[in-house]
Design a protein around this ligand. Structure first.
Ligand code: LR7
Ligand code: MN
Length: 582
């Protein structure tokens, strides 16, 4: 530490630990005392640097985000892909590039061609480099799990962390090898990483899937904060401190960087639109949604402002380690891939935390069209089962929307496994319910508990289905008649109270049965595609039968019954009083 000169900008040279350091000091005249912190000596010596940046911090306990980036003047500025520019496959290598695509479902040939420590553009919004962060930020353990990741891509991920993070904040980098089959990810990787004292490798003895692989990393982590990353990323300048700053501010904040795009085709690093929130649509599909321009204008939202998200993308975030364990980590019953981002997001919000995107933190990620690794079991079934576990534990009565939008799910009688511990955990943490989450965190999601409701009118006769002494009749419609009110649920039941409309056994007339979500003989398709027959949209089709069978009113007797579907028969066409948006 030394006294700062009383002027705006000055170049200082200092002799420390046998190295000469040069620093440009550009603080204002009010600066009286500064602390000097050194870049990672070892790193720099390895790179044969002659000049070093010394970081001066004020005594306010805060400093500007350190723009540490030893790649800024790259060893080979002319290398392909340098500065995040697109790279091109030479004409005589097209075949090779094509054949190597499937190794990672992106342009593996180009990834191998471009430097593992290439420079990329600093894509942070203006103002980020001026932001202050605390001197006493918590340390973090970086956890990267992978299965059969492409060598150069994995290395680039690790180098980007080492090169663009303040070394004193990185406790360690834990690479969790989720039982990869590729030889180079064993001894060669161990050997390569042994040059970085902070990198630890954990080779799992069987395939755990990304959820349990991350947990294996978290178990041995020594840092205060856990920072999870995918194994095909490039962390940008100043990415880490803004994340840790949020966690320091409130340990229940889960901080996510803006995820930028590394092109799967030409490996270029591309920035993304600002003001994106992480959201989901039914049946729990993750997506991005832009904050509407009028909201941005009205609320005067700036590019650097933090964005609260209903859900996170899943792969890239920082979370206080103790808090992560208090929350019961991930549900370890989730397999391979998928759903864990929903689970953690609901858990965090409903149990007192927050999920944020920090625009001053940016990390590139290679988006691929398909997983480049195998699933031990069927891919779709695995993801559906994971999501169903999340729905059963966190969605309360709204789980019907989830099942209803992927209604084939419940018909398969999906075995979601034991959920007692997860349900206990939710009780123990005294988490709020899903209704609260919807109203407070994600009010713009359409989540009506029923799909349609009110009178059920026959289009030909303009009369309505009516309950009379627990049987069904067909009467003149009367909007205030409670006996004509029904709910059509996401699980395709036509409900009157706790009773459901269905044909009386064997006969073709209709009656009321106690409702049961899993009983397929109570389910009617309506306003949805039936066996690819769009002309049956207005019909009520029993879906458990081989031949489409439809609800109709007998013209002469005015009796309700089921009959073979006939698209042109108006006595089979029905309309509910109200329909709710999907
Ligand atoms: O069995 C596995 N074992 C693993 O170790 C399967 C995967 N993995 C590793 C894999 O090598 C990778 O590093 O886990 C990581 C994530 O797998 P990806 O890259 O195949 O997933 P993704 O990028 O397609 O999917 C997103 O959703 C996943 C749901 O389970 C995870 O949350 C991913 O981390 C997540 N990625 C991101 O959030 C990055 C941005 C994508 C978006 C939107
Ligand atoms: Mn990924």
């Amino acid at each position: 530490s030394e006294d700062a000169p009383n002027m705006n900008s000055v170049t200082k040279t200092a002799e420390l630990n046998g190295l000469t350091k040069k620093a440009i000091l550009t603080e204002g005249p009010e600066l009286t005392k500064v602390h000097v912190r050194l870049d990672d000596k070892e790193q720099l010596r390895k790179r044969n640097r002659s000049s070093y940046t010394v970081h001066f911090t004020r005594d306010t306990g805060m400093h500007k985000v350190l723009t540490i980036d030893v790649t800024l003047s790259p060893r080979d500025p002319k290398a392909p892909g340098q500065f995040g520019h697109p790279a091109a496959v030479p004409d005589d290598k097209q075949e090779e590039a094509k054949s190597r695509w499937k190794e990672g479902n992106f342009n593996v040939y180009l990834s191998d061609l471009i430097p593992v420590d290439r420079a990329i553009d600093d894509t942070r919004p203006a103002g980020c480099s001026e932001q202050l962060v605390h001197n006493d930020l918590p340390t973090t353990t970086i956890i990267i799990c992978f299965v059969d990741e492409v060598w150069s891509t994995l290395l680039r991920s690790v180098h980007s962390v080492l090169n663009r993070s303040p070394p004193h904040l990185i406790k360690e980098i834990i690479l969790v090898d989720d039982f990869s089959t590729k030889e180079y990810l064993k001894d060669s990787l161990d050997k390569y990483m042994s040059q970085f004292p902070k990198v630890r490798l954990l080779h799992l003895k069987e395939r755990h899937g990304l959820i349990r692989a991350r947990l294996a990393g978290a178990e041995i982590a020594k840092g205060d904060v856990l920072t999870f990353l995918d194994s095909h990323v490039e962390c940008n300048v100043g990415w880490l401190e803004p994340l840790l700053e949020r966690v320091r501010l409130n340990r229940k904040k889960v901080a996510c960087p803006v995820i930028e795009v590394i092109s799967d085709k030409d490996m270029s690093y591309m920035t993304v639109d600002n003001f994106q929130r992480g959201i989901f649509t039914w049946p729990m599909n993750f997506g991005w949604r832009q904050i509407p321009p009028e909201v941005i204008e009205k609320d005067k939202i700036k590019e650097t402002d933090i964005i609260r998200c209903p859900v996170m993308a899943g792969g890239l975030f920082s979370i206080d380690k103790k808090y992560f364990f208090e929350l019961g980590t991930y549900d370890p019953g989730l397999d391979v891939w998928g759903g864990e981002n929903m689970e953690l997001s609901f858990k965090v919000w409903m149990c007192g935390g927050e999920i944020e995107i920090i625009p001053c933190s940016r990390v590139g990620h290679i988006f691929r069209n398909d997983n480049p690794y195998s699933f031990p079991k069927d891919r779709i079934k695995t993801v559906e089962r994971n999501l169903a576990r999340v729905a059963e534990v966190w969605l309360d009565e709204y789980k019907e929307l989830f099942y209803g939008h992927g209604y084939h799910l419940i018909q398969k009688n999906l075995d979601v496994g034991d959920l007692t511990q997860q349900i206990e955990l939710r009780k123990k943490l005294k988490c709020k319910n899903f209704k609260w989450y919807l109203e407070n965190i994600y009010p713009d999601l359409e989540a009506p508990l029923v799909k349609a409701s009110g009178l059920i009118v026959n289009i030909a006769m303009a009369r309505c289905i009516t309950v009379e002494n627990s049987t069904l009749t067909f009467e003149t419609c009367n909007i205030s008649n409670k006996n004509q009110k029904f709910n059509y649920t996401w699980l395709r039941l036509i409900k009157h109270g706790d009773f459901c409309v269905a044909p009386v056994d064997a006969k073709r007339t209709l009656g009321l049965y106690p409702c049961d979500n899993r009983n397929n003989s109570l389910k009617w398709l309506h306003k949805s595609l039936v066996a690819f027959q769009p002309e049956l949209m207005d019909h009520m089709v029993l879906e458990h039968l081989q031949q489409p069978t439809c609800l109709e009113v007998d013209q002469s007797h005015k009796i309700l019954r089921v009959n073979a579907c006939d698209a042109s028969n108006p006595y089979q066409k029905w309309q509910f009083g109200n329909y709710y948006a999907d």
